[in-house]
Write a protein that binds this ligand. Structure first.
Ligand SMILES: [Zn+2]
Length: 304
């Protein structure tokens, strides 16, 4: 990627490293307005009718619907993270990586902020929160065993740096754009939260547990597609280099349920999928990337 990396982290990054279980004071959440969240037309269109048969999907706040995003939960054992927070910037061995994620995060959110504005809506910024070993969130406690995730209750994107390394070393998806895809996917969940899709889906899952996994897959594939929509725009702006798209596709394939299950247990159980197969993830990411159009990301009607 040809991304301009600033010397200081984004204002939308909060370093949670070393703040483990004791962290989370000061409320933990973003100072978000309690009222209505601006609703982007483009995302509402996606689910009206498809999900609810005409019932309003509009919600605000995104209080519920915690959907920890753990494509690797059965695999990650532990990455001995070292060190603790409070590291002076000059002595932080992960400084370069943090600045990179920070820049990607800003690029992705900058794109959505503009898109929202173009549709007359207001985008609410998420916060990216790197952590190591464990972290307290408004969605509960999490360890680095779960992989990157989005917490709707505090609107934070959480990830540990070890996972991003392992994406390349362990899951065969190296490269900066592979990592960027993961970040953009999590921002996709934030968009789903702002538009109320997250919440509708978790309500449906409670009402109809038999469909819980299927709905989870549809939600995840939509986040992949939305990541692709950003990728399309980044490509148009000249941010991508030769090979970047392939890195993104490889990353989408690497976190497919079938691939992960095969690696973990040697067999594949489609009915237990929660994120979609490698092929599905690649297909929906590609759909977003090729079209650059979020209205193409309707994973809730028809087949997926
Ligand atoms: Zn996800």
């Amino acid at each position: 990627m040809k991304l301009k990396i600033p010397k200081t982290p984004s204002v939308h990054m909060r370093d949670m490293r070393g703040r483990g279980r004791a962290a989370g004071g000061g409320g933990g959440g973003l100072p978000l307005p309690a009222g209505k969240v601006g609703l982007p037309v483009l995302l509402i269109i996606l689910v009206v009718g498809a999900l609810m048969g005409g019932r309003s999907i509009i919600n605000s706040g995104g209080e519920s619907g915690f959907n920890i995003d753990n494509p690797l939960d059965s695999l990650q054992e532990s990455g001995q993270a070292n060190g603790a927070g409070g590291i002076p910037a000059a002595e932080d061995p992960d400084r370069g990586q943090l600045l990179f994620f920070s820049a990607v995060f800003d690029d992705v959110q900058g794109y959505w902020d503009e898109s929202f504005r173009n549709t007359g809506s207001q985008y609410t910024f998420s916060e990216i929160r790197p952590f190591e070993q464990a972290v307290d969130t408004d969605c509960g406690n999490a360890t680095d065993a779960v992989g990157p995730f989005y917490c709707p209750a505090d609107q934070g994107v959480y990830f540990d740096l070890d996972f991003m390394d392992e994406l390349g070393t362990r899951f065969g998806a190296p490269g900066d754009f592979a990592q960027a895809y993961v970040v953009a996917h999590e921002v996709g969940h934030h968009l789903q939260n702002l538009s109320g899709i997250n919440r509708e889906v978790s309500q449906l899952q409670q009402q109809d547990p038999d469909r819980a996994n299927e709905l989870s897959v549809r939600l995840e594939l939509q986040a992949d597609c939305l990541a692709g929509v950003w990728g399309h725009n980044a490509n148009q702006r000249g941010v991508l280099e030769a090979g970047d798209l392939e890195e993104g596709l490889a990353a989408a394939a690497a976190v497919g349920d079938d691939r992960l299950q095969q690696q973990a247990t040697g067999r594949v159980q489609v009915e237990t999928f929660t994120h979609g197969s490698s092929d599905q993830r690649v297909e929906w990411f590609s759909r977003g990337f090729e079209s650059g159009d979020a209205s193409q990301c309707d994973t809730f009607s028809g087949d997926y």
